[in-house]
Design a protein around this ligand. Structure first.
Ligand code: OVV
Length: 408
């Protein structure tokens, strides 16, 4: 056992009735091709025990949803990665919205919810649509493109930092910071170590962008700082909430849009179905891509006390890896789960979580996804692979590294 890779958390004995599964879910071969692993995971039962990391893992829909929904029994404040913040210092000051429980969570989340409300996003949406149309016209003129750089990274890094009010966005640093945050969820493996080596170059830049003086006066960031004027939160908290936007708002949408493009190239008849009514079907197509590929593949929760899930007794302090990507392909919830079908009922998918911690940026994320898919469907008659797509291994994010496409 490679103990040095295991972040500190309580050593548990395998609960009665769960299978002991000698596997490394962070093996790069699994991270880049997770679907067979998901099937094996669900076949093990509601929970399995992984001795290598002394964790439980869940990948069936019912149990994964139960754990994710119950923030009182399954804590976020002890970290949503493998490390238990009670036992190991986190790599950065904990997020005051992701890595916290109610009531602090409720108070801080309210400030972000206001700043990312439907009325705020409705005003941004017209800009997103125009940017998406311009970007699609640009890439169409090129014919053959590498779509991760040209669309999946280009679009969110153009529109989101501007919406937040970042004056001089650095797309590379924003994408790399997201990669740090999401790789940090996993064990201290070479993947995590490689990206963390960039921290001295990236973290100070990110922190600087979170200062009030660095932000425009009309963006989402300014709205968050407005909550300091009433005393609802302090300056430091406002800065931390901006950091959350930059942590969770770039890599996730880059992954979601890249995955959606991959789905539409892989299933050309689905792209033609989208083209038949782009305005109406872009939203559902993006939603199905979220289910099918699930950008954030997994988060941990920590058992607050002894409890049971699906008849299995779980001891206090147990780390549970909740594999949202596997739950989203559970046939008990979604018929023909391994088919990408833009007209299916995707309700209840876990790509954006569920419960009090569900994605607070989901309205803006969906607006970005819709804008780019609609612009594509209105302008492009066919999307084909121009080479093999390559997935980029990441400890918790399913993301493409390169996606060569031919657009006509
Ligand atoms: C949902 C999410 C992912 C990653 C980071 C954060 C949130 C944060 O609050 O920093």
């Amino acid at each position: 056992m490679e103990a040095q890779l295991v972040h500190q958390h309580k050593s548990i004995t395998p609960p009665k009735g769960v299978e002991v599964w000698d596997i490394d879910p962070y093996d790069e071969a699994i991270l880049t091709n997770p679907i067979p692993f998901f099937a094996e995971l669900r076949a093990k039962g509601g929970l399995a025990y992984i001795p290598r990391y002394e964790i439980l893992i869940s990948g069936r829909y019912e149990e994964t949803r139960e754990i994710f929904y119950d923030h009182a029994r399954f804590l976020s404040s002890r970290g949503v990665g493998m490390a238990d913040f009670k036992l190991e210092a986190p790599w950065r000051p904990p997020s005051i919205v992701l890595e916290v429980d109610p009531p602090e969570h409720t108070h801080n989340r309210r400030v972000i919810m206001r700043a990312l409300s439907p009325s705020v996003v409705r005003k941004l949406e017209q800009d997103f649509v125009e940017d998406a149309q311009r970007l699609v016209d640009e890439v169409l003129a090129q014919g053959e493109i590498e779509a991760v750089a040209a669309i999946a990274e280009a679009f969110p890094t153009r529109v989101f930092p501007r919406a937040v009010g970042i004056k001089q966005p650095d797309a590379r640093k924003l994408v790399d910071y997201g990669a740090m945050v999401f790789n940090a969820i996993g064990p201290d493996n070479p993947l995590r170590q490689r990206i963390m080596a960039k921290a001295p170059d990236i973290v100070p830049w990110i922190n600087e962008q979170c200062d009030r003086a660095q932000l425009t006066e009309d963006g989402i960031g300014a709205t968050i700082y407005a909550a300091t004027d009433t005393g609802e939160i302090g300056e430091a908290e406002a800065g931390m909430l901006i950091r959350s936007l930059l942590s969770a708002g770039v890599d996730t949408t880059v992954s979601g849009i890249g995955s959606a493009l991959w789905c539409l190239a892989q299933y050309p008849e689905q792209f033609q179905q989208l083209r038949a009514d782009p305005a109406k079907r872009a939203g559902p197509a993006f939603e199905e891509a979220l289910r099918f590929c699930t950008p954030v593949q997994a988060f941990f929760r920590t058992a607050a006390d002894t409890t049971t899930v699906g008849g299995v007794e779980i001891e206090e302090g147990t780390k549970i890896l909740c594999v949202l990507g596997a739950a989203n392909r559970d046939a008990q919830k979604f018929a023909n789960p391994d088919e990408f079908m833009i007209d299916r009922d995707t309700r209840g998918h876990l790509a954006l979580g569920v419960g009090v911690h569900s994605c607070v940026g989901q309205i803006i994320a969906r607006a970005e996804g819709r804008a780019i898919l609609q612009a594509l469907a209105e302008r492009v008659s066919s999307i084909e692979f121009a080479g093999d797509p390559v997935w980029r291994p990441n400890n918790s994010m399913r993301a493409l590294d390169t996606l060569p496409l031919k657009l006509r």
